[in-house]
Design a protein around this ligand. Structure first.
Ligand code: SF4
Length: 594
């Protein structure tokens, strides 16, 4: 199908509002593996946007491309948990055996290989996306098979089904995951008890958002309800991108009906007719089943107009796909993305709850928060207060991965200690636990008595374990690389700071840094914390600062005891040229030539 015909068919069937730009681009990318120039022109006319705006959006999202990719577009997940399970070596194997450079399509157009940030499969060993489809449990054998399929041009639909198997890996259930309520129970309770009563129960339960910030859910919903507007929106943030987290994947796979029930409850309370599930691009494989769940709810009268026979209760949910931008997990960036723009965080206040999607009051909650709120509506405040601590009521889902024998999803009452989590997940000889992803906290062994709770360590759910054999600088290097990739580039302290930080950590890692460089790291970190526009820049240096403070020896051991050495190593940078020319003699090295 040519581009004009495809765009015509697509836009004839779907929405022509500019807020649907990202969704249109997804469809075009899926069809052509990139966004052709003609498509940009056609979309600009169709959506009344400038071509420059569309090109800016394409350039922002890492899953969109303005030039062709290979027929097989391979993206290796490069989270540190993939690296320590052999992911780095497997990536190198793909590059060398397929004869490609990172991100550059092979001359015959057959394949592109590149890396991407954590794809939410840290409990499944090294993983990759091929043409958007997730393949897990990579090892030498599986990668060799994949290389064979690519070289023979075997359509991905014919690759063994076992490659694509993804399990929930639920290792521990508590009040949330063991609930046996049925579809519609929440909304029937809502119909009987009304908004005020449910809001009072939510308030009494002490429910706080499960995304990490911990804002009181009842307060957020009440603020939105009380803001004067002709339309309000409900948005479920399913863009879990915190490296090492995957529990929303499991909720959306096996508990989506309860998540949608929570969104519909919220709509009934705040008076919303429209909701969005913003699903991260990496979880595209979940979409068909989610659409079926939505369809079934419409058939049961749990979505659409006259919900459960109430003439004034109308609400529906649309799924919008993200496109590989970690920053879109930040709620105002997510809203920008939902509006079809680049995901650049907004200045706050105003907060989305009063001025969110299309500047209307909008509740943005995490997947786990919506499900928990739904169950509080049925079981009441005491149900949530039956577990947890005074300030952190209820339970928390944790994604546990890294050096442990039982990675997976663990549901614990708030207040659980790190030590307990390590014991249950089969971790031994642990050196550090990284909580809350790359921007989180690095806990040393003498801190394993600390607790997961808003009053101690708050997290959206990522727990990555590293044993005594691990080089912590590998972890720090991985995280600094992650932030360079994921900084949205809007403000200088973060855009430049993440890049300088990455170079300095690399310099330490390669044994070329001095005390001076450690001072520079601290200076840059302070600047980023004080003047970044959003939380990404402010928290990006956390792992460097934590390890500098708690494990100074890992830096000291690598220092050159000179006052200063330049960050740019000219001799090392010429390595590639030397290998192409087949030279490694003294004359080919800077500083050794006679
Ligand atoms: Fe973008 Fe980073 Fe600035 Fe946040 S801090 S707005 S992610 S550049």
């Amino acid at each position: 199908m040519d581009v004009d015909e495809f765009i015509f068919n697509m836009t004839a069937l779907t929405n022509n509002q500019s807020s649907y730009l990202l969704q249109h681009l997804h469809a075009i990318q899926y069809q052509y593996s990139y966004i052709p120039e003609q498509a940009v022109t056609l979309l600009a006319n169709r959506l009344s946007l400038t071509e420059a705006h569309i090109q800016g959006v394409v350039g922002f999202y890492s899953f969109l491309h303005d030039s062709p990719r290979g027929t097989f577009d391979v993206l290796m997940s490069n989270n540190i948990t993939d690296d320590i399970r052999g992911g780095l070596a497997l990536t190198e194997k793909l590059y060398s055996e397929l004869g490609v450079l990172p991100g550059v399509p092979r001359r015959d157009g057959r394949v592109t290989v590149d890396t991407t940030s954590c794809i939410g499969m840290s409990d499944h060993g090294p993983s990759m996306l091929v043409n958007g489809r997730t393949i897990t449990h990579l090892d030498n054998k599986r990668v060799e098979d994949i290389i064979g399929f690519i070289e023979s041009g075997t359509a991905i639909e014919k690759w063994p089904k076992r490659f694509f198997q993804i399990k929930d890996n639920i290792q521990r259930r508590d009040i949330l995951l063991s609930d046996d309520s049925k579809s519609g129970d929440v909304l029937r309770t809502f119909n009987q008890q009304g908004s005020d009563h449910i809001l009072q129960e939510l308030e009494a339960s002490g429910l706080r958002g499960r995304g990490g910030a911990g804002f009181t859910t009842a307060m957020k919903w009440r603020l939105c309800q009380q803001t004067d507007a002709d339309q309000r929106y409900v948005v479920c943030n399913a863009d879990e991108g915190e490296p090492g987290t995957f529990k929303d994947r499991v909720l959306l796979n096996s508990y989506a009906d309860k998540v949608f029930e929570g969104m519909t409850l919220c709509a009934g309370i705040i008076g919303s007719r429209k909701g969005f599930l913003y699903l991260r691009g990496e979880y595209h494989y979940l979409r068909p089943a989610l659409e079926v769940t939505l369809h079934n709810r419409r058939k049961q009268g749990l979505l659409g107009s006259n919900i459960l026979g109430q003439s004034n209760f109308e609400f529906d949910i649309e799924i919008h796909m993200g496109a590989g931008a970690y920053i879109c997990g930040e709620e105002s960036a997510l809203i920008e993305s939902l509006e079809g723009k680049r995901g650049i965080p907004r200045k706050r206040p105003p907060f989305p709850v009063t001025q969110g999607y299309k500047n209307k009051p909008t509740v943005v909650n995490n997947v786990e928060t919506f499900m928990t709120a739904a169950l509080v509506a049925i079981h009441g405040a005491t149900w949530l207060r039956s577990v947890g601590t005074k300030e952190s009521t209820g339970s928390k889902l944790l994604s546990v991965s890294g050096d442990c024998s039982k990675p997976g999803v663990y549901e614990y009452p708030y207040g659980v200690t790190i030590e307990q989590i390590l014991s249950d997940s089969g971790a031994s000889n642990s050196q550090v636990v990284q909580v809350a992803g790359a921007a989180g906290i690095t806990l040393a062994a003498d801190e394993f008595q600390r607790r997961i709770a808003f009053e101690d360590i708050s997290t959206a759910g990522s727990i990555m374990v590293f044993n005594q054999q691990r080089n912590l600088l590998d972890m720090v290097k991985n995280f600094t690389h992650f932030f360079v990739h994921e900084s949205c580039g809007f403000c200088t302290p973060c855009r430049v700071g993440t890049s300088l930080m990455k170079d300095l950590v690399k310099k330490v890692h390669s044994g070329h840094a001095s005390e001076y460089d450690l001072g520079e790291i601290r200076n840059i970190a302070r600047l980023m914390q004080a003047s970044s526009h959003c939380g990404l820049g402010a928290t990006a240096p956390n792992s460097v600062l934590d390890t500098l403070e708690k494990f100074p020896q890992i830096y000291d051991q690598r220092l050159k005891h000179t006052d200063y050495e330049p960050a740019f190593d000219l001799d090392a940078s010429l390595e590639e040229a030397r290998s192409i020319n087949g030279r490694d003699d003294a004359d080919a090295h800077i500083g050794t030539a006679s």
